[in-house]
Design a protein around this ligand. Structure first.
Ligand SMILES: *[C@@H]1O[C@H](CO)[C@@H](O)[C@H](O)[C@H]1NC(C)=O
Ligand SMILES: *[C@@H]1O[C@H](CO)[C@@H](O)[C@H](O)[C@H]1NC(C)=O
Ligand SMILES: *[C@@H]1O[C@H](CO)[C@@H](O)[C@H](O)[C@H]1NC(C)=O
Ligand SMILES: *[C@@H]1O[C@H](CO)[C@@H](O)[C@H](O)[C@H]1NC(C)=O
Ligand SMILES: *[C@@H]1O[C@H](CO)[C@@H](O)[C@H](O)[C@H]1NC(C)=O
Ligand SMILES: *[C@@H]1O[C@H](CO)[C@@H](O)[C@H](O)[C@H]1NC(C)=O
Length: 443
């Protein structure tokens, strides 16, 4: 992939795409080390999931048992997507936003305030669960100001962070993050925010793909992460080995992941960046000949969101479960978007953007509208953690070159650091800590 990247160096959009894949690919090697030990155990879990996935998702069962998707799955042939939708039990309606009452204070609208007395909320080196992909100081980042920003909503204050109070709320409960590497970053942030008040012999972590579980014994509580980048079943569901180049998804089945969701008290979902590059192949549950349909990424994401929404509508009792959806995490791949005439990216950025109307091209408005409609249909079962605008301002918050890279860099790359900068993920301590403060505010 890196070679292709070099050849086409003159075509900017192409570089962006390859770069993007490169970054997404590099992150997956992160877990390899973490999970190798537990391979055997996973195989056992894998069989369980396999059996589950064979059960038809809805009552409209077919005589035919769909194959389980894995990274070796292929389509026998591919045709263009013809607009077919799954027939869900509870269809979504067009949502009328006008009817909504305006909340007294919108905590997602505000500004970043430099506050080096109360931030960071934990030390990077003190957190035993820190990821080498996000530990920017450890990997040589010289400026530390990115750790010291507090989110200040206009017209009100966020609830003060208190780990003990949150543990009290989680007593006897399971909290699970479900999604991609951005969501995993938020999960790691949550572990770092929460672990220090638990004595070393009363906490444990079970690294086992596709579900990783942090346990706090005294509270009988868990904080978990499930890898499900497309929400629905896909050939990318193995957190270590997956395919980004040729994604195949089942637009009508969340079952592989949802069998875990059923027993969780608090669920935090995200999904966005994996849909940014189309097309995506669809393999419907009743397709017997391996014929895939090829859809553009927004169409495909909408199908996946509808499958997810159907699960929420049919399975979530709002008195028993809390469900959150975290909106798209912005990227800062083009410095010209905040400073005209420049040609860099997030590399070397040290300050947040102050223009409150700033919105980068990485946050797709059509996707936002589609997500708006789906999640508004699910109110009050689902609450939105709308991180997009507030994270847009934080061009300074990405690892850029200060993280572990899993492939060695060429001399040419080294000479031009922005060429391999990660402007997608976020340093910790940093922006995702605030996403968790917002979550705490609503719990
Ligand atoms: C906090 O920032 C101010 C202004 O930059 C600086 O004078 C002060 O020394 C800093 N305090 C700490 C504890 O870093
Ligand atoms: C971080 O470490 C410094 C010095 O090692 C210490 O003074 C500070 O209290 C620590 N902060 C937190 C949030 O634990
Ligand atoms: C945090 O919450 C606990 C339990 O609710 C409470 O006892 C403690 O005083 C709180 N700490 C702060 C700093 O507010
Ligand atoms: C611990 O929590 C689980 C739910 O996560 C619950 O089923 C179980 O009964 C709890 N155990 C104790 C001893 O409270
Ligand atoms: C592709 O076709 C072969 C033979 O016709 C069949 O065995 C296989 O299951 C098909 N693939 C899929 C993904 O359905
Ligand atoms: C999130 O906030 C943006 C404005 O910052 C708004 O346009 C969008 O509709 C919101 N999305 C959701 C799902 O609430």
């Amino acid at each position: 992939m890196i070679q292709r990247w070099h050849k086409k160096k003159t075509q900017l959009p192409f570089i962006a795409i390859i770069f993007f894949f490169f970054i997404l690919c590099t992150i997956f090697f992160n877990e390899r080390r973490f999970q190798q030990i537990h391979r055997k155990h996973n195989d056992v879990i894998g069989v369980g999931v396999h059996n589950d996935a064979k059960k038809p998702f809805s009552s409209r069962s077919t005589h035919f048992t769909p194959v389980v998707l894995d990274r070796f799955s292929t389509c026998n042939s591919t045709v263009k997507y013809n607009g077919r939708k799954a027939e869900w039990d509870v269809p979504l309606r067009q949502y009328n936003k006008q009817r909504e009452k305006k909340d007294s204070c919108d905590v997602f609208s505000g500004r970043w305030v430099f506050d080096n007395t109360s931030y960071p909320l934990y030390n990077e080196s003190d957190c035993p669960y820190m990821s080498d992909q996000l530990a920017c100081h450890k990997h040589g980042r010289p400026d530390l100001d990115y750790q010291f920003w507090r989110w200040q909503p206009h017209g009100c204050n966020l609830k003060r962070w208190n780990a003990t109070e949150l543990w009290d709320k989680l007593r006897g409960k399971r909290l699970m993050f479900v999604g991609d590497s951005l969501n995993r970053g938020q999960w790691i942030s949550m572990l770092c925010l929460m672990e220090s008040v638990i004595p070393a012999d009363k906490k444990s972590i079970t690294p086992n793909a596709p579900l990783t579980i942090f346990r706090a014994e005294e509270y009988n509580a868990t904080i978990e992460f499930q890898w499900a980048p497309l929400l629905v079943e896909s050939n990318s569901d193995d957190p270590v080995n997956h395919r980004l180049d040729e994604r195949i998804m089942r637009p009508d089945s969340v079952l592989r992941h949802a069998s875990e969701w059923e027993h969780v008290d608090i669920l935090i979902f995200n999904s966005y960046l994996w849909w940014r590059q189309g097309p995506v192949k669809l393999l419907w549950g009743n397709e017997e000949n391996g014929v895939c349909e090829e859809a553009d990424s927004l169409e495909a994401m909408e199908l996946a969101m509808h499958a997810w929404a159907n699960w929420i509508k049919t399975k979530v009792d709002q008195l028993k479960k809390k469900v959150f959806f975290v909106t798209m995490s912005p990227t800062h791949l083009w410095s010209r978007e905040w400073e005209a005439g420049t040609e860099g990216n997030c590399y070397n950025e040290k300050m947040p953007i102050e223009d409150e109307r700033y919105w980068g091209s990485g946050s797709d408005l059509d996707t936002m509208r589609m997500v708006d409609n789906v999640v508004n249909n699910l109110k009050p079962r689902v609450s939105v953690i709308n991180i997009t605008q507030l994270s847009e301002y934080r061009k300074d918050g990405h690892p850029s070159i200060y993280r572990k890279f899993w492939e060695s860099r060429t001399a040419e790359q080294m000479a031009n650091p922005s060429s391999y900068s990660d402007c997608i993920h976020w340093c910790l301590p940093g922006v995702p800590d605030v996403w968790n403060e917002l979550l705490f505010h609503f719990l």
